[in-house]
Design a binder for this molecule. Structure first.
Ligand SMILES: Cc1cc2nc3c(=O)[nH]c(=O)nc-3n(C[C@H](O)[C@H](O)[C@H](O)COP(=O)(O)OP(=O)(O)OC[C@H]3O[C@@H](n4cnc5c(N)ncnc54)[C@H](O)[C@@H]3O)c2cc1C
Length: 711
């Protein structure tokens, strides 16, 4: 299919929205949480099919649209947003089709895929068995070779949608190998074949979505094998990336969030803007992670660790949304938005793999990597080497070198008096410092430098050792790192008006103070604003976005550094006759740390992309930077707690390195603006702009389907 025949992501979103609007106006469905599993309407799936929205990524030869996985995500997330009745085609579209494409014979592809694309074939997933839950490789269902195929015998359980399915995907044992992971094969079975029995299992809400599935000597023709006989385990692990890494792991409860946002008066009354802002930030970061997984699938990768991370963190998020719904909406009946989400919620962290098992997958994936990984944010080796050599100096020497090398001017064009390079370069550098647990006033000084450059007043820093720091706000009591030792303190008020005070001058009193890491964090008391020298005006949202982005980078670096140190420690420290890492609870803690670092990094990447995007407004950049700051701060909370727990007493000493990271993580969470204030800013925007603006912010920069202000 040529590009011109494909819809843009904006057009795809609008196509879905039009269909949803029509069905809603005709009262043909009610939005609900967990609709991809519980809300099945073949007519709706057929409507999507007629618009080319099933099998979107598959080749045209099989009825597909040759779209990318990120295009497909534009469609699936719009459907989840609307809580639409999509269960009929969801499993086949998400994972069975891709598995058949990758491993099915030509005949099988031609036979099955067009039927999925048209929503005539509905699939169920026959993996779990009474004796094979988390330990999926323990499946006992056997497929014994017979003339022309196999004879299938066994029981599957928890099989969602089996009572409506035309076909089943079945994981069965075709031979017994030395290890239980050997001898497994994947088969496609007709549900109307002789010997297939389906009986309903009602869930705790009395709903019927899953079933027990019994195969009593069911003949399966040879052509129904996926891939190699006996290679089923490796194939199924790949398939689980599709199953775990989709936006439904984050957006199952979105309809409840919509209800919550509709109660803005309750949230405002309780001064709950910051709590809401934290949810918006988590949603944005996780949704970005789902987008990254889709992009990795587009590159032909199998993002096993990322998909497991997304599912693990997404499940925690969804559980928290349900609890938030209880607090804002109050208790409701089984049919209420809250009740529906609550009753579905125990399944969130089970289906597709229990949460604890996902953590062990994350640990295993880590074990296959190098023990010490360089900061993933490092742009190039030159920067890494520079950061390394600067980190070996003491604070004063390092700061002197930073200024002499002109690093403070990175991110400001040379023609404007800067050192060239980009804000990304600067972010890489501060992240590298964070990875090594060292401090410097580079962030504040570079922000001060960029403010002066924008005002055309770099002449105020005549000497290479001069630098400016910045205090934000219109109140008279402000804080600014290194204000006491800086050559200039710039005051940027809420309107972006820039004024300057020299240290020790009469218009402001500067008192030395420190943050919890012992870093300079001075108090600036403005005694007379009228006497201040005014330099010009800057876009305060843009300046704060730059500062928040850089602090997020520093936090991400320190999160990586803490993780590396902790991983090294639990890998070598022995108790009970083995390294601590061998204890499952310790490994799970370590995996949780990893998920936090990955999420913070995802949010940073999203904010960095917004910052460098030419068309992004300052408000949009600030929103994305706020998400990154909130996410990194939350990761710092969890990471410091776990790191100290896993290190035991040694971690609390001055002698051991851990404090170099944890003290900074504690301090940097609140350095430019306390994390709660960043959250309140996002929450306030969400309440003012409503659900539409929240949604627009999630996808900003990818596509804009409608003319909506971005949170
Ligand atoms: C709503 C819903 C829909 C589902 N749909 C399908 C479907 O369509 N097809 C299908 O095949 N299956 C389906 N399942 C089944 C699902 O995949 C299993 O529930 C899941 O794999 C866990 O297996 P189990 O329930 O037997 O729990 P068990 O394996 O018995 O485990 C119970 C608990 O023990 C702990 N645990 C187990 N192993 C470990 C470990 N190694 N480390 C740490 N802790 C561990 C975990 O806390 C786990 O939750 C569905 C489940 C639900 C809830």
């Amino acid at each position: 299919m040529s590009d011109t025949n494909r819809l843009t992501q904006a057009e795809l979103r609008n196509t879905v929205r039009d269909l949803i609007d029509r069905w809603r106006s005709e009262a043909r469905y009610q939005p609900r949480s967990d609709s991809w599993l519980r809300s099945l309407d073949v007519e709706f799936s057929k409507e999507l099919a007629s618009r080319g929205l099933i099998g979107m990524t598959w080749p045209r030869d099989y009825g597909g649209g040759e779209y990318t996985n990120t295009d497909r995500m534009a469609v699936t997330e719009e459907l989840l947003r609307a809580g639409a009745p999509v269960a009929a085609h969801w499993i086949a579209d998400r994972q069975i089709g891709p598995a058949i494409l990758r491993y099915g014979t030509q005949e099988l592809r031609e036979e099955i895929l067009p039927g999925i694309v048209s929503a005539d074939y509905l699939f169920c997933l026959g993996m779990s068995e009474p004796e094979a839950g988390s330990d999926l490789a323990a499946v006992r269902t056997t497929a014994t070779p017979v003339d022309g195929g196999w004879m299938l015998k066994g029981r599957k359980i928890w099989t969602t949608g089996a009572h409506r399915a035309s076909h089943a995907y079945v994981l069965a044992r075709t031979s017994s190998g030395e290890r239980k992971h050997q001898g497994l094969s994947e088969l496609i079975v007709d549900m109307d074949a002789e010997g297939v029995l389906v009986s309903p299992i009602l869930d705790m809400a009395g709903e019927h979505h899953f079933n027990e599935l019994v195969f009593e000597d069911v003949f399966v023709p040879r052509g129904r094998l996926l891939g190699e006989e006996g290679n089923g385990w490796r194939q199924v692990v790949e398939q689980l990336s599709f199953e775990r890494g989709g936006p439904e792991r984050v957006l199952s409860t979105y309809p409840l969030l919509v209800e919550i946002l509709g109660n803005s008066d309750v949230i405002r009354h309780r001064r709950g803007e910051d709590e809401l802002g934290e949810f918006v930030a988590r949603l944005a970061s996780l949704r970005s992670m789902a987008f990254d997984v889709a992009a990795q699938l587009d590159r032909g990768e199998a993002p096993v660790q990322e998909a497991a991370t997304l599912k693990y963190l997404g499940n925690v998020f969804e559980r928290d949304v349900v609890e938030y719904g209880r607090r804002i909406l109050g208790p409701g009946g089984q049919g209420s938005a809250y009740g529906q989400a609550l009753l579905a919620s125990p399944g969130f962290s089970l289906r597709g793999g229990a949460a604890d098992v996902l953590l062990s997958i994350i640990v295993r994936q880590e074990a296959s990597k190098d023990a010490r990984v360089a900061s993933p944010m490092a742009a190039d080796k030159e920067l890494t080497d520079l950061a390394q050599s600067l980190s070996e100096l003491n604070f004063d020497q390092r700061w002197q070198q930073i200024r002499e090398l002109g690093l403070v001017g990175i991110g400001v064009d040379e023609q404007d008096g800067g050192s060239g390079g980009t804000v990304d370069d600067l972010a890489s550098l501060v992240a590298e410092f964070g990875t090594r647990g060292v401090s410097s006033p580079l962030i504040e000084a570079s922000v001060g430098y960029s403010v002066l450059a924008e005002c055309g007043r770099l002449d105020l820093l005549p000497d290479e050792s001069d630098y400016a720091t910045v205090a934000f706000g219109s109140s008279d009591e402000l804080t600014a790192p290194c204000a006491g030792s800086a050559s200039l303190v710039l005051l940027v008020d809420d309107q972006g008006e820039v004024a300057v005070v020299g240290s020790g001058s009469g218009e402001a009193k500067i008192e030395h103070d420190t943050n919890v890491a012992g870093e300079s964090y001075d108090r600036v008391t403005v005694t007379d604003r009228g006497d201040l020298v005014r330099l010009g005006r800057v876009d305060v949202a843009d300046v704060r976005a730059r500062q928040a982005l850089l602090w997020s980078a520093a936090l991400c670096g320190a999160l990586d550094g803490t993780y590396d140190l902790t991983r090294g420690y639990v890998s070598t420290r022995e108790q009970f006759g083995a390294p601590l890492l061998k204890i499952p609870a310790v490994a799970a803690h370590l995996a949780t740390m990893k998920t936090q670092a990955l999420l913070a990094r995802t949010a940073f990447d999203r904010a960095a992309a917004a910052y460098r995007r030419a068309g992004a407004s300052p408000a949009e950049r600030l929103g994305a930077a706020a998400v990154a700051r909130i996410t990194a701060s939350a990761a710092a909370d969890e990471t410091t707690r776990i790191a100290h727990q896993l290190h035991g007493a040694i971690g609390t000493t001055a002698e051991y390195d851990l404090h170099r990271f944890t003290l900074r993580l504690w301090a940097w969470r609140d350095t430019d603006l306390p994390a709660r204030e960043w959250a309140a800013l996002l929450g306030d925007r969400a309440l003012t702009g409503g659900e539409q603006s929240v949604w627009a912010s999630l996808t900003a920069g990818e596509t804009q389907a409608a003319d909506v202000d971005v949170v």
